[in-house]
Design a binder for this molecule. Structure first.
Ligand code: GLU
Length: 296
């Protein structure tokens, strides 16, 4: 399949080539019904279209990610009756790849080192008269964006730990306005500024969710990114990264999250709703698929 860069970000892949979807869990716990819902949503979207479904383990989150959880997730998915195409990708094995993209963004002059600790950022926000807020709370106030080159070099030479942030205003000045297409919400004007200058390389590991997910979706050939609505706002940043790095533009489908009877979102800590627990209680795969919102 050949894909060209789309300036408009419209659904360029729709109707062209196979649909490729993915499930991309973080192995920080056992698979629960909310994950099963997301996995089945992606798997069915691919299988119903005669397309491909790929699996990726997002294991860049330091000690929170454990190999035994990754193995358990894979085993639970198989038990549920899901199958996937090609090898399972592990983000922890792709740091060299992420480094290449960081280098390109650095050469474009779009990254800056950020030495701030969480506490520094909170203090700066508390000092600000009106701190701008995004979907996840107050935005990074830009403290390190305005450091001059000499100050940056001095701190790096002194061994100060630093993250790398994307200068979103400079990036947008380069790309111009961008749009993306969501199967549920339609055509969306990208608004990456709503998340502030996001971190692309963390202090503890030289990548971040935004960078890794964007590069991996492109490398796995994903044409339809399905995930919960809670991640809707992250797509603005991913669309910007695609434009900067000349990556193909998929279509997105942000779906509703599974909730319990009281309307609360299911989280990993709801142990009773872990697939393992349901299995141990004697539920069949079909019953668990139905609990996850997909009756056969
Ligand atoms: N790894 C993320 C999670 O488990 C999902 C990433 C995505 O679908 O973009 O929440």
């Amino acid at each position: 399949m050949t894909m060209t860069r789309s300036e408009s970000g419209a659904a360029m892949t729709a109707g062209r080539g196979p649909v490729i979807t993915r499930f991309a869990p973080s192995p920080t716990g056992y698979l629960h019904l909310g994950h099963a819902h997301a996995a089945l949503f992606a798997w069915r979207a691919a299988r119903h279209a005669g397309g491909r479904f790929v699996l990726r383990i997002e294991d860049i989150d330091g000690p929170r990610c454990r190999p035994e959880f990754a193995a358990a997730i894979i085993e639970d998915l198989e038990w549920l009756g899901l199958d996937w195409d090609g090898p399972v990708l592990h983000q922890s094995e792709r740091l060299g790849h992420y480094a290449g993209a960081l280098e390109r963004l650095h050469e474009m002059g779009l990254l800056y080192p950020c030495f701030c600790t969480r506490r520094d950022i909170q203090a700066e926000i508390a000092r600000a008269v009106a701190a701008p807020h995004g979907p996840d709370g107050p935005l990074y106030p830009g403290t390190c964006r305005v450091l001059d080159t000499a100050a940056r070099h001095a701190r790096i030479a002194a061994g100060a730990a630093h993250a790398l942030r994307l200068d979103v205003a400079a990036a947008l000045a380069r790309t111009g306005p961008l749009v993306w297409h969501d199967r549920a919400a339609g055509e969306i004007a990208a608004d990456p500024g709503a998340l502030g200058d996001v971190v692309l390389a963390r202090k503890d590991i030289a990548t971040s969710y935004h960078l890794a997910v964007t590069l991996d979706d492109a490398d796995q050939g994903v044409t339809l990114v399905t995930r919960g609505r809670d991640l809707f706002h992250t797509t603005h940043v991913h669309r910007l990264l695609q434009a900067l790095l000349d990556l193909p533009v998929p279509t997105w489908h942000h779906h509703d999250l599974l909730t319990d009877d009281a309307g609360r979102r299911l989280a990993k800590r709801h142990d009773a709703l872990a697939i393992r627990t349901l299995r141990a209680a004697g539920r069949s795969p079909a019953e668990v698929r139905a609990l996850a919102g997909f009756a056969d």
